[in-house]
Design a binder for this molecule. Structure first.
Ligand SMILES: [Zn+2]
Length: 410
């Protein structure tokens, strides 16, 4: 036998490897060993029938919170990985200096999904829902850099959430410290925006090419549009190489902002979920649901896959290992069906749009092994559904319920 596992008969979509079409994908040990038409079934110990499905690299989610049990927002990554196709998870800022050792020991090491982190400039990370930057004593640049240097295999940058609640009066100072730490460690910084102060203009002054602006399609007053037009400071940053990342979450994706920008030809660099204890309950739900929203906004499935595989992998400098089905890459693979029908999608303001396609994961493989589908981790006792979320659940607006509707082609 040449191969361990053969994914046969599917439609490959691999923007990072520049390949698409009816191709079979063969895995040996934990690596992609062949991508070709009509690889014989007899050449592998096991064959997965992928007919009628899309075969993509495992998704790379650039904005997640997976430090469960020790932070306000954290969810369990593995159960969601198994049902969403997300094989590489970047936890952005759940851990700060003082709880990064715990993140390594209890989250990154035991997880089957690949887990990386951006270290919060606040040494307490996201233990609580917000205010982590309100005490500048927690924004310790030396501590941040020391912990990064000891954990460079998993820490790929610095995170700062900059909005009126996270900073609560410290203004732009936490971002200045995040900038200093990132420069010293020669890593990018990811900045979250929402409702100011500070203003977007103040934030942009501290961002450099290769940095990431997350929540880039927020409807908050730090949004990157002004009366429907991309703001000058955002345009300059984007043109210079700042990465625009969606980070849908529970408070950061507005159809109005998205439509204004996409009508003018702008596409986000990266589509990420900002999945956490609250957003997992809808209307975000999961990364495939986010991809479906961008398809209804006009992107092709392949374009959304690019923005959730090759592009984020490249942003993290992991493009030779993940986010592609190139020969020799890690054997992280996701299978999807695109259900056809009439689906209603909501942004975080509960504005609705109708879509005709729903992306639904059917199988997830990490390092050559299929992930078993299990139940999600527990909802924490401090999480309460908003009225809008409650209504969504009662109406059956979950990805599973949507996909089970009559009219789908599968
Ligand atoms: Zn987040």
């Amino acid at each position: 036998m040449h191969f361990d596992l053969l994914i046969k008969g599917g439609d490959v979509v691999d923007p990072g490897g520049n390949r698409s079409g009816k191709l079979d994908v063969a895995i040996k040990r934990n690596r992609i060993a062949a991508v070709d038409a009509d690889i014989p079934a007899q050449s592998a110990f096991r064959v997965v029938d992928a007919r009628g499905q899309y075969v993509t690299p495992g998704l790379v989610d650039l904005h997640t919170h997976v430090y469960h049990g020790a932070t306000y927002w954290g969810i369990h990554a593995d159960p969601v990985a198994a049902r969403s196709g997300v094989t590489t998870w970047l936890d952005v800022g759940s851990a700060g200096g003082y709880n990064l050792p715990g993140f390594r020991e209890f989250i990154a090491r035991p997880s089957t999904a690949r887990i990386y982190a951006l270290l919060n400039i606040s040494s307490i990370g996201l233990t609580a829902p917000t205010f982590e930057l309100a005490n500048l004593d927690y924004c310790d640049v030396d501590l941040c850099c020391r912990l990064i240097d000891l954990n460079r295999d998993i820490v790929l940058g610095v995170k700062a959430r900059i909005d009126r609640n996270t900073t609560r009066g410290t203004g732009i100072a936490p971002l200045q410290r995040a900038r200093e730490a990132a420069d010293r460690c020669e890593l990018p910084v990811m900045v979250h925006i929402g409702w100011g102060p500070p203003t977007l203009a103040e934030v942009m002054r501290y961002m450099k090419p290769g940095d990431i602006l997350t929540h880039c399609f927020t409807g908050g007053d730090m949004r990157i549009i002004d009366q429907g037009r991309l703001r000058d400071e955002a345009r300059r940053a984007w043109d210079s190489g700042v990465i625009m990342d969606i980070g849908h979450g529970a408070g950061s994706f507005s159809f109005e902002t998205a439509e204004a920008l996409m009508d003018q030809g702008y596409r986000p660099d990266v589509i990420s979920s900002d999945i956490h204890q609250l957003s997992i309950l809808g209307p975000m739900f999961d990364l495939p649901t986010c991809l479906s929203k961008f398809m209804l906004l006009g992107m092709s499935f392949a374009e959304t896959v690019q923005a959730a595989t090759a592009r984020p992998a490249q942003v993290l400098g992991l493009q030779d290992e993940v986010g592609t089905l190139r020969l020799g890459a890690l054997a992280d693979v996701a299978l999807f069906r695109i259900e056809e029908g009439e689906f209603t999608f909501y942004d975080i303001h509960m504005n609705a749009r109708r879509g005709k396609e729903l992306v639904r994961n059917t199988l997830t493989i990490v390092g050559g092994r299929e992930l078993p589908v299990t139940v999600d981790g527990l909802r924490q006792p401090w999480i309460e559904l908003s009225e809008a979320q409650q209504a969504l659940t009662e109406r059956g607006h979950t990805p599973a319920a949507l996909a089970a509707r009559p009219g789908c082609r599968c």
